[in-house]
Design a protein around this ligand. Sequence first.
Ligand code: AMP
Ligand code: MG
Ligand code: MG
Length: 311
Amino acid sequence: MSVSAPLIVRLLASSVSVAGRAGKIVRDVMSKGELGIVEKGKDDYQTEADRSAEKCIVASLSKQYPKASIIGEEDSSVEEGEVSPDWIVVDADKEVLGLECPASLKGVKEEDIVVWVDPLDGTSEYTQGFLEHVTVLIGISVNEKPVAGVIHQPFFKNQTGGEVKMGRTIWGLSEIGVGGFTPAPPPGSLIITTTRSHSNPVVEKALQVMNAAQVLRVGGAGYKVLQLLEGQASVYVFASPGCKKWDTCAPEAVLSAAGGKLTDILGNFYKYGASASKPNKTGVLAAVNDELHSYALNRIPQELKDTLANK
Ligand code: AMP
Ligand code: MG
Ligand code: MG
């Protein structure tokens, strides 16, 4: 690996490589067919794929970046020797390694970095066979702000429906841009994307007020942001406290690097420091640009914003 690349660029390049390996673990568990489902809470599941993919990512990144804080959804404590050597990835994606580093991130030190890892976003969909909705998310934050991120889709299908064996990996770096996919303009009419498996009356109320031409219901924060990036939807609305920091850190980093915006339902940015509370209590509102974000924010009644803020 080029040791001359700035730290953030190296960490992003390492994250791209390890996300691909984690994606292979996710596919392998599915093809073996023994998912090892554990219920963590109401409508909240974990499988063997979630556990193993997290071990792969946390062990690989902490080995190379020991002073960075790495926070994973499944809370893997990775003991030396516990993780198969086959899961330790120390390669770094060559294309990403060659990226320019934004001036504001050149002086970043390892101890300033918090990495939020969702080893498998869209677990409900994974267990129910909606495999395209599944993503591996690695979000990199500095000074509480998401600055770089990776969204890997292990079961990506190309436009003719053919499965792409290695999946695909999308990345974003603040001020520099995005890669791994072809960005597309937003649809001509208002298309909203939202949860498939975690709705409730407040979530539905926030959708009704949008006056949308269409509402898409898909799994995962990662996949919904991919829909925004690829012109399938223009706004993501989720008026519920169910998402956590590992769900939104990478999607926010990639979306904002592409010119979009992700906040809570009140229009405030989340903070991603190491001691940040994990739940995104005041929901998620993301859009492909500022104008559509403001439109959606203004349509949500104050009463609904208060309901979430006071939960
Ligand atoms: P969804 O859009 O429902 O797929 O949710 C996006 C992410 O937030 C997934 O990782 C979900 O597991 C998580 N999430 C959303 N709502 C809830 C909830 N009510 N309970 C647990 N996890 C949730
Ligand atoms: Mg998730
Ligand atoms: Mg997850």
